[in-house]
Design a protein around this ligand. Sequence first.
Ligand code: PEP
Ligand code: MG
Length: 564
Amino acid sequence: MQLRGTGVGSGIAVGTVVRMADPLPEPPDRRSEADPETELERARASLAATAADLTARGSAAGGAAKDVLEAQALMAADPSLATEVETRVRAGSTAERAVFDAFVGYRDMLAGMGGYLAERAPDLDDVSQRVRAHLAGVPAPGVPAPGHPFVLVAGDLSPADTAALDLDQVLAVVTAEGGPTSHTAILAREKSIVAVVGAAGAVDLADGDLVVVDAGADAVIASPDGEELADAERRIAARAARAAAPVEPGRLSDGTPVPLLANLGSADGAAEAVRLGAEGVGLFRTEFVFLDADVAPTVDEQRAEYARLLEAFPGRKVVVRVLDAGADKPLSFVNDDDEPNPALGLRGIRALRAAEQVLRDQLTALARAASETDAELQVMAPMVATVEETRYFVALARELGIGVAGVMVETPAAALIADRVLAVADFASIGTNDLTQYTMAADRLLGSVAALQDPWHPAVLRLIGEVGEAGAEAGRPVGICGEAAADPLLALVLVGLGATSLSMSPSALGDVRASLREFDRADVAGLAREALAAEGAAEARAAVRAAVEAMRADRGPGSLNQAR
Ligand code: PEP
Ligand code: MG
């Protein structure tokens, strides 16, 4: 039996199911016989203890988990929620019931807002459970510890649970709920946990069931037969062998080079990227470095940060994107407008033009950092839609001493006039996350339209093909730096469409490298044609998967170096 969900990454695991314990039951709705002041004290103490516990777990976990757990701690410490609890206790509720009702009220409000905010609603349920467990003096419901490696199956995992997963014991995670932007998916991606989220059928899995969790195929196979098991074991072994193999430059089987680069949001990740074989940096997201800043960082502060990055890549290409402020990544020193549709507003290069000194300072800092190191600095502008914006950015970069300046192709407009854009820019780098968002008119933050946010859609691929062709004609490089480049199967199509380099989170480099080495230029061009001819995203993916499998079968086991 196959359950469908949303895979996180492209890992695969086999193991037996252990289900997460059931949540605490709803407390009875009856009048409290205790003194309201005593009940109130109990409730306040448990709220405070839960907030402190979540903060401590966040500090221990670090990374993205820290932010999520700190946000949960803030929920437990929220003064208006405490007032709700107080009102209910004074009206005669027990502390348990008052906490339950107050959290349910907030939860429903968030859920009603839809999309990204609605995906945070389960976090409130988890905090409510933790506060009530503290009130009852019982351990908070959490991840089981059966004493052997297992596949964890849950309705949804709380951030606290995901952050604390023992990676030696948890082979994979399957949740019935949650979308691609849910906290479980975010944290699983960061910790490289094999996961399939939003697999509604997971509620039917029982303790002890054997399952194959195949994140790359968005599937969980329950009670696999001998062939399915053998296939999964073979792929797990192939993945392990790839991870252990010495890292080499990206290329197709005929030797065509396809440099594999890293996407980074901080210089801290540079050493790990180099270890995993990054041949340079294809996207440095500078806005991540300054997300918490209230005022624009000085030229010198920026220079120091950029130099730290560039030093890690002597002799290598490092593409730095100037601040992509706005929409999902607002910076208070750039964006001050309240816009009804921020993704369509003053973001990226538009916002920087409106605050030109910020852009000038950033380019100046970058030029200075480059002059101190041996890296080959290139800069690019986000959210470009016109040739005029391209000309503006390239001229400014050159004026401030940076020789190579390109643009990101993230809008359909830029893709459709890529020939004219590339007559001005030194290179193009396709941001498939935004290009998909704008082509499909589907907000990348909204779980409710996540199914449309699929870069396999032939409309998106056709635009990428336009840019590839324009690049080939102009003799200018066309990189890909959106999440699509990290999908080993889609990476083949992207190269077939004319991408000359691929940039991704460093953890994806191994799988993509192995995938490219199986096929030559003619093969990937054929795969691109298959994908372009498909009716929709699912059909494109299925057609390319089938074609890849047929080519592998034709060539026999000796040629296999299978990425998926
Ligand atoms: C993209 O849009 O694909 C991209 C790489 O930029 P970001 O995800 O930072 O918007
Ligand atoms: Mg983008």
